[in-house]
Design a binder for this molecule. Structure first.
Ligand code: FES
Ligand code: FES
Length: 163
């Protein structure tokens, strides 16, 4: 079947999609967007987190057909072209890009949090990222990155400052 949807702002079509395929497979294997990672394929790790109509989901749990006509934003679309989103810049500056496998999902989840809650408390950050596993257990720098992005958004820390 053919699946048409909007991906990162562009009308997109994927052909020859099998009904059992996941949205994650379509993104990675048919649309050439490898940012969303395939780590567990069971909705357990968050590495495949994307926006679906503005709500974060695990792309591995979304059937390709469910994406028909929907609006999808992947980690490739979180920033603006070559310009990193605030949360991406903060992950770099805080040293939170540790393995590259969990990071894309964490970026999308953190971006979603900061859109909904610009100044989250630590408990809110932990809750928002609870579905995103970091296998190296480097959670402190990830928390630092979200705090830094939040502070920068609020104007408390200049871009480029580490907080
Ligand atoms: S690959 Fe989707 S949650 Fe792990
Ligand atoms: S950032 Fe990927 S294992 Fe920790």
């Amino acid at each position: 079947m053919r699946v048409t949807c909007t991906v990162n702002g562009s009308p997109t079509a994927a052909d020859d999609v099998w009904e059992g395929e996941s949205l994650l497979f379509v993104l990675r294997e048919r649309l050439g967007l490898p940012g969303s990672k395939n780590a567990c394929e069971q909705g357990e790790c968050g590495s495949c987190t994307v926006y679906l109509d503005g709500v974060v989901v695990c792309a591995c749990l979304v059937a390709a057909g469910q994406a028909q006509g929907r609006d999808i934003v992947t980690v490739e679309g979180v920033g603006d072209g070559d310009t990193l989103a605030a949360v991406q810049r903060a992950f770099l500056d805080a040293g939170a890009v540790q393995c590259g496998f969990c990071t894309p999902g964490l970026i999308v989840a953190a971006d979603d949090l900061l859109r909904r809650v610009p100044r989250p408390a630590d408990a809110e950050i932990r809750e928002a990222l609870a579905g995103n596993l970091c296998r190296c257990t480097g959670y402190e720098t990830i928390l630092d990155a979200v705090r830094l992005a939040s502070a920068r958004q609020a104007g408390g820390v200049p871009d480029g400052g580490a907080g």
